[in-house]
Design a protein. Structure first.
Length: 110
């Protein structure tokens, strides 16, 4: 289990680390991936530290639903609502690099 003080996403949320933030509210922060795999590659990150999808609790249900609605909104704002991917990587074996739940919004291909 990672110390939240060492979590890069928690540092971004707490403004201790810079990021190209494109959206923020009381629950989420959205910023550009530093190693994009597409013309648009954003990370939608809950401010609540949850290590992965495997660590979600029943009380996180509304937040996860809101995360998907936010993805739809951001996709429209980015002009990619006609086609994009939403990806959760779960655990190291699933390709998760940062131990803080986040949704990849990927698109923008011509």
């Amino acid at each position: 289990m990672i110390n939240m003080g060492e979590c890069i996403f928690c540092k971004i949320i707490n403004k201790e680390q810079s990021a190209d933030i494109i959206y923020e509210d009381n629950v989420f922060v959205v910023f550009k991936d530093i190693n994009p795999s597409a013309p648009t590659h954003l990370l939608l990150v809950p401010k609540k530290h949850i290590s992965s999808v495997n660590d979600l609790k029943p009380e996180d249900k509304k937040m996860i639903g809101d995360l998907f609605l936010l993805a739809k909104k951001i996709a429209a704002q980015q002009g990619i609502s006609d086609g994009y991917k939403l990806v959760f990587n779960v655990g190291k074996k699933g390709g998760q690099i940062v131990d803080h739940i986040h949704l990849h919004l990927i698109g923008g291909w011509k």
